[in-house]
Design a protein around this ligand. Sequence first.
Ligand SMILES: NC(=O)c1ccc[n+]([C@@H]2O[C@H](COP(=O)([O-])OP(=O)(O)OC[C@H]3O[C@@H](n4cnc5c(N)ncnc54)[C@H](OP(=O)(O)O)[C@@H]3O)[C@@H](O)[C@H]2O)c1
Length: 274
Amino acid sequence: MSAGPGTSEVADPYRESRIPGETRRVRRLLPDHAETTVAEQLAQLELKELAHPDRPYVLMNFASTVDGRATIDGRSGPIGTRTDMEMLQRLRTRVDAVMVGARTMRIERYGRMVSDPALRAYRERTLLSHDPLGVLVTRGLDLPWDASLFTNGGGRVVVFTQSDAEPPETATPVTCVRRPDGVDLAEALGWLLRERGIRSVLCEGGPTIHGELQARGLVDELFLTIAPKLAGREERSILTAPLPDVVGLELEWLLESQGELFTRYRVRGAEQDG
Ligand SMILES: NC(=O)c1ccc[n+]([C@@H]2O[C@H](COP(=O)([O-])OP(=O)(O)OC[C@H]3O[C@@H](n4cnc5c(N)ncnc54)[C@H](OP(=O)(O)O)[C@@H]3O)[C@@H](O)[C@H]2O)c1
């Protein structure tokens, strides 16, 4: 089988057994120069040991145009390329849980978090559960219950909600964690660590939940794809304001493929004056 343009078959059989699937080539520009692949680059992520005493380690992932838009016509799909999609899929293979805001779930209608059986097997080989736990946050429990995340029966989902409504029967097991006075995201993350042993969370947005997490100092890293495009219209940015303080970021790596930039920032916290 030959690899498509911009993709690479991983030649070394030992490595191939560890990192399955066709992967796309990327140039690493920082911290050093190297030709690599998305698979190899993301295989480096070992996050379990980075959990905080009171909450999991939290990664945030977004794609943005050069003019800072996180949607085009209300959707994230038109922003990134297939390399960006692979980056997201492979980030999902490195974490215990994937968290999504309810509006993103309603618009993007998620399926099983890791759909490729080879990638699920890879998770197990790297001592993660078969499927990452799906985590949703909603006040009203108005979720697209016919989306494949709920109907395909793979994995498990936890929904944090203040609603007392009963969810419908779903093939995928769903647990509702009810907080009648409102969902506190720090408390929800603490619950995931304490009650489910979740040590790393990938949050895939949207901008509202990103803003809330940043405002509470609950994000450890930001993976931001910068697509070589100008949206040129009033649409969402990656983060809903206001933040109480400007948040400082430290660039950990910079990758490039066909003009698309893949950044990994560590969140330093509130910026001090001067
Ligand atoms: N470019 C990208 O990488 C990217 C990534 C993700 C999303 N997006 C785009 O972003 C848009 C959606 O983002 P969004 O900011 O509108 O929404 P969002 O952050 O996905 O979800 C917001 C919703 O989450 C629930 N929520 C948030 N905080 C909560 C809390 N503390 N307690 C309980 N529920 C809480 C509420 O759900 P209820 O309304 O159910 O109460 C709220 O309406 C979509 O257009 C999507 O395509 C882009």
